[in-house]
Design a protein around this ligand. Structure first.
Ligand SMILES: Cc1cc2nc3c(=O)[nH]c(=O)nc-3n(C[C@H](O)[C@H](O)[C@H](O)COP(=O)(O)OP(=O)(O)OC[C@H]3O[C@@H](n4cnc5c(N)ncnc54)[C@H](O)[C@@H]3O)c2cc1C
Length: 408
């Protein structure tokens, strides 16, 4: 009797855990091995910069499955604290640090991304903090609870969310960012300005057009020197300067890698038995007609299950409308699409931008390419439908709050 097939997933976080769940939900009864180098049960990261960081949500609420028993109940062989060191494509095994190789029939790589390190003198001083994991969030919470002056390198999502948290802890916050405004590459200048104003109104100081060139201190950081030459006093520095995809396993195994692991619209790599999903995958999105590598929760949630279906040789097409959410102070918002500078001609608004209750639409000509609802709810599906349709819209009706989005 042939041995039952084994599907191995490397990376036990959101994309990997959701893929394992989908394999079982789709009726796969072979072996499912889910390997992760962290010691924690698979968890979601958004609370680490929001509710969990602020002490408002429990640790358990971050876990992907409601109960740790889920893995055994679904016969998912979860190996925590286990690092995969190699992929032997000819022998169809993955190598484990300090363990026996694990055989696979099909392999899914969901190794995610790691924070880019601050590459300046003094970067290894104490209280220079990064945020990716649960323990990182706990260390950061301990530092913020002490109060004092916090300098944040980077005005991207992590930089801004940690700025909001630091203000809630009563810290004095300065954000240093080389771009002309926050979220510049993900939202463009128009909406970036909304976030700059929001944070300023909560007492955050920005230094745009400057980068951190050196961290000073003896043992523990006490200052951050910027490219202006000025030294900012700091009791803690948060390095939020982006992430890099964890591609080394794939690259060493000879898979195509280019800003992530290159996969087709079925999330298959250049090896037909190996798949990739989540932050690590640079995937062909058939709706957008180009490859995208997205570092968003919604992408891990959608692409993990999609890759699982693809492993089962079911029809699976990555035509996902990019989706992202963030919460900062009392502003909650969702973005659909990828409103990067250069992809749109104009931004128009439905509702009152100044009262922070509005929808922004990014237009290419009169086609909606992205939309963001700010403190307005239950509309993101409609915004996604507009993006998916790709049709020209009447901009007067688009911006008229009395016209239902579904009528456009
Ligand atoms: C603090 C924080 C807040 C966020 N907030 C939001 C938000 O509000 N909205 C939003 O849309 N997105 C948010 N994100 C992004 C979102 O969390 C990520 O897009 C998502 O975690 C990606 O999931 P993933 O499974 O692809 O990868 P990851 O979550 O990076 O997980 C990859 C896993 O693989 C493991 N691994 C790597 N290499 C190996 C190896 N060789 N062997 C074994 N295991 C390995 C890693 O240890 C890790 O556990 C946030 C991210 C962070 C860090």
């Amino acid at each position: 009797m042939p041995a039952e097939p084994a599907f191995v997933i490397v990376g036990a976080s959101l994309a990997g855990a959701k893929a394992a769940e989908t394999l079982r939900a789709e009726g796969f009864d072979g072996a499912v091995v889910l390997i992760g180098q962290e010691d924690e049960y698979p968890y979601e990261r958004p609370p680490l910069s929001k509710g969990y960081l602020l002490g408002k949500e429990s640790r358990e609420s971050a876990f992907v499955q409601d109960s740790d028993a889920w893995y055994a109940e679904h016969q998912v062989d979860l190996r925590l604290g286990a690092t995969v060191t190699s992929i032997d494509r000819a022998g169809r095994t993955v190598g484990l640090a300090g363990g026996e190789p694990v055989p696979y029939d099909k392999l899914l790589i969901t190794t995610g991304a790691s924070p880019r390190r601050l590459n300046v003198p003094g970067a290894d001083l104490g209280n220079v903090l990064y945020l990716r994991t649960l323990p990182d969030s706990e260390r950061l919470a301990a530092a913020l609870r002490r109060g004092g002056r916090v300098v944040i390198a980077g005005a991207g999502w992590i930089g801004l969310e940690t700025a909001a948290a630091a203000r809630e802890f009563g810290c004095e916050v300065t954000v240093v960012e080389p771009e002309p405004g926050p979220l510049h590459r993900s939202l463009g200048p128009e909406l970036g300005e909304v976030f700059a104003a929001l944070h300023r109104s909560h007492g955050v100081t920005f230094r745009f057009g400057e980068g951190i060139t050196e961290l000073t201190g003896s043992g523990t950081v006490t200052g951050a020197v910027t490219s202006s030459g000025e030294e900012l006093a700091a009791d803690a520095v948060i390095a939020a300067v982006g992430v890099t995809p964890n591609v080394s396993l794939a690259a060493d195994a000879g898979l195509d890698v280019d800003n992530g692991i290159v996969v087709d619209e079925a999330l298959r790599t250049s090896d037909p038995d190996i798949f990739a999903a989540g932050d690590v995958a640079n995937a062909f999105n058939s709706l957008l007609g180009r490859r995208i590598r997205v570092e968003h929760w919604g992408n891990a949630l959608a692409s993990g299950p999609l890759a699982a279906r693809s492993m089962l040789s079911k029809v699976a097409v990555y035509d996902w409308v990019p989706y992202f959410f963030s919460d900062q102070y009392d502003l909650g918002m969702e973005v659909a699409g990828l409103p990067e500078p250069g992809t749109y001609d104009d931004v128009v608004y439905r509702g009152d931008k100044d009262s922070l209750e509005f929808i922004a639409f990014w237009l290419a000509g009169s086609v909606v390419v992205a939309g963001m609802n700010v403190n307005v709810w239950d509309v993101n599906d409609d915004i996604q439908a507009l993006i998916r349709a790709g049709a020209e819209v009447d901009v007067d009706r688009l911006t008229d709050p009395d016209v239902p989005l579904t009528d456009l």
